[in-house]
Design a protein around this ligand. Structure first.
Ligand code: PLP
Length: 384
């Protein structure tokens, strides 16, 4: 069923949906039932029970998400962090070593730096832009390499084809967090990654009203992650699954609008005298613009910028805007502004932040689907 539809816009609506429709319902109903009648299932993992992530709402999402990234299989989880932690704890065992991109989402960074040792796991951060440096970081027990499609909050685009080639050459599992790109802009499995992860909280759902996650990849890997998730308990709630499926239907419309709007806003900011620097891979001035253009179908809805001024001035600017909400997170229909040093990357030490280039006056913007002109007017007023 997953491969019946050709184009991503059609897959978003129809892929994985039960046919014939259940009781003729055009929208898949919510299966708010913790357990289902025993129907002769042979294995524990096949019993139908919400924690085993296999109600019709879950199974529909699994088929749809696999189809969107042209993967064999997919799995939804209770949050993006449940997807990330369960995948890493499935693919790594005590004694194993991971290579990870140095500028990671704050939660993933904390998982590695604070929790990994409790599981007997080790890691090294690598400059994911410089493939010549990776071999020196390899150890005999290195099992996997972990990167993000675009980094948060600096929007760096690593040497992703290099990561796949290196992983294949060294027998490592390649894992990418594809949250920022979404399957509209990037489909990592097509490019040879073994596993693609998402915080479904962001673009996939797109309405800032659930937390969720997804793991996408080969069937054999997804089955192993599923069994681990069944034991760790990070299942998605059926109501969240219903909302995620509803949100997914407009993913292409939302993300393409956000791509265009973010590019226009990035161009405006880059030409503004009060702005010192803009990070957005769609700008020709971005150091990896060419790479991003080759890899991605769009540059995404997130950008960040530094003011010519202090962190207090950056904070004041946030509060002079009237349209965006001042909030962390991203990928929703409403425009959000945040200062990463105070929110998503507050868990990092000041030294770590400055080593990664995350200035205290850096502002991150997640562009929503409001009229671009109104966001520009609001920004112009606040900057003026
Ligand atoms: N990955 C990225 C790139 C993120 O930005 C986030 C959250 O901000 C996560 C993972 C974690 O997702 P969640 O908050 O759904 O657990």
């Amino acid at each position: 069923m997953a491969n019946t539809y050709q184009r991503i816009e059609t897959k978003l609506i129809h892929a994985g949906e039960p046919r014939p429709r259940i009781a003729g319902a055009i929208a898949l109903p919510i299966f708010q039932s913790a357990m289902f009648e025993y129907a002769g299932e042979a294995s524990y993992h096949d019993l139908r029970y919400i924690r085993l992530n296999n109600t019709p709402n879950h199974l529909t999402l699994h088929r749809k998400l696999a189809a969107l990234e042209n993967a064999e299989a997919a799995l939804v989880t209770a949050s993006g962090m449940a997807a990330i932690s369960t995948t890493l704890l499935t693919l790594l065992k005590a004694g194993d070593h991971l290579l990870a991109q140095s500028c990671l989402y704050g939660g993933t960074h904390d998982l590695l730096t604070r929790n990994f040792k409790d599981f007997g796991l080790t890691f090294d951060f690598i400059d994911a832009d410089d493939c010549s440096s990776w071999r020196a970081a390899l150890r005999p027990n290195t099992r996997a390499i972990y990167v993000e499609a675009m980094t948060n909050p600096l929007l760096e685009v690593a040497d992703l084809p290099g990561v796949v080639e290196f992983a294949r050459g060294q027998g490592l599992i390649s894992i990418i967090d594809n949250t920022f790109a979404s399957p509209i802009n990037f489909r990592p499995i097509e490019r040879g990654f073994d596993v693609s992860l998402h915080s479904a909280t962001k673009y996939l759902n797109g309405h800032s009203d659930i937390v969720g996650g997804a793991v996408v990849g080969r069937a054999e890997i997804i089955e192993r992650v599923t069994h681990k998730l069944n034991h760790l308990g990070g299942a998605m709630d059926p109501h969240a699954a219903f909302l995620l499926n509803r949100g997914l239907k407009t993913l292409a419309l939302r993300v393409r609008f956000q791509n265009d709007s973010a590019l226009a806003i990035a161009r405006f900011l880059a030409s503004h005298p009060a702005v010192a620097r803009v990070n957005y891979p769609g700008l020709e001035s971005h150091p990896r613009h060419e790479r991003a253009r080759k890899l991605f179908d769009g540059f995404g809805g997130v950008l960040s910028f530094e003011l010519k001024g202090s962190s207090e001035q950056a904070e004041a600017l946030l509060h002079r805007t009237t349209l965006p909400a001042i909030a962390p997170s991203l990928g929703g229909v409403e425009t959000l502004l945040t200062r990463p040093a105070r929110t998503s990357h507050a868990g990092l030490s000041e030294g770590d932040r400055s080593r990664l280039g995350i200035a205290d006056n850096l502002i991150r913007m997640s562009v929503g689907i409001e009229a671009t002109e109104e966001i520009l007017e609001d920004l112009a007023r606040a900057l003026g």
